[in-house]
Design a protein around this ligand. Sequence first.
Ligand code: 1CP
Length: 333
Amino acid sequence: MSPIQEVIINKKTSINPIWIMRQAGRYLPEFREIRANNPDFIKLCLNHKLSSEITLQPLKRYNLDAAIIFSDILMVPYGINQKVEFKKNFGPLLGDLNLDKILSIQEDSFIERLKPVYKALETISNNDLTLNKSTIGFVGAPWTLMVYMINKQSPKIKLKSNFFNDQLLIKKILFILEKFLKIHIKNQVDSGAQIIQIFDSWAGLLEDKDLPYYIYNPTFNLVKFIQSLGIPVICFPRNIKDYKKYCDYIKPDAICIDYEIDPLIIRKDIKIPVQGGLDPKVLLTDKENIKKEAKRYLDIFKDHPYIFNLGHGVLPETDPNMMEYLVKTVKDY
Ligand code: 1CP
């Protein structure tokens, strides 16, 4: 069993495996080189040779304990026929929602559209670089995907004021997302994913009263499904106010925390394995501070099953040498 599985499944403490959200990405010059020649981001995700190469890039540099497939949560809206593009200096831009088109999509054609993702996972899990490491597959949570599908752009820019107006549309989208997310998960697992992470990046946008309908129930259904496949699931409900309530409802195998939440509260309240927390901005400072801040998390979780990670994705302006220093600090702890 790989170290991350030891932590999640056997609740091992003090082994401190590490992987980093967005570990394959823009802070790496070797990624930027490929990206410069591949301006269409979706096409890049669908190029299994390049996406598997990009996935393995950080493992060639650093002693990480997992490979996370280079893909995107928005590949699922793409797979069910909503147009998705990534505009430079703007982010994702989605096409108009044509519900008839989306409701008519067949399982086979969805799998066909996303086949390169599954092919890349096969390549990665068979590569020697992932020996005794975990291969992580992922999906966006239904809520976060619906935000992009209806809003058609990042809510970071603006969540449309009429977002919640059409409740029938919302109900249908949640229904269809549950169906195709399960298909996407099953195919990732069949292609070698040993762990699934669910990213709910916009969980923090909702008020408490709306959590059961938009987050707890739909995510719980996915978690149950993943567990029925015999695979552990890590949930990352970024900026959620009450992590304990989230875990009590959803019962993931591990919980990934953001950098706003006090890790001491998490240690006190949460009984399941914990992942992450360190502010990605710490990597923009100096070695002394990186060591101090990393040690703070390692000290707090020293008697708790803990997977080291950041509290959100690594920032594009991060110096790859600082990443190397962080990994070494965690490994030497
Ligand atoms: O070069 C580029 O401009 C592309 C940048 C990029 C990258 C490297 C995007 C566009 N996606 C990715 C890869 C990616 N996305 C991975 C790869 C695996 C790894 O971690 O190394 C993963 C897991 C994701 C997941 C993802 N995509 C999330 C959830 C995590 C998070 O960051 O909160 C979200 C919200 C997205 C949407 C998305 N895709 C890309 C961007 C810039 C965004 C965010 C847009 C926004 O701010 O709303």
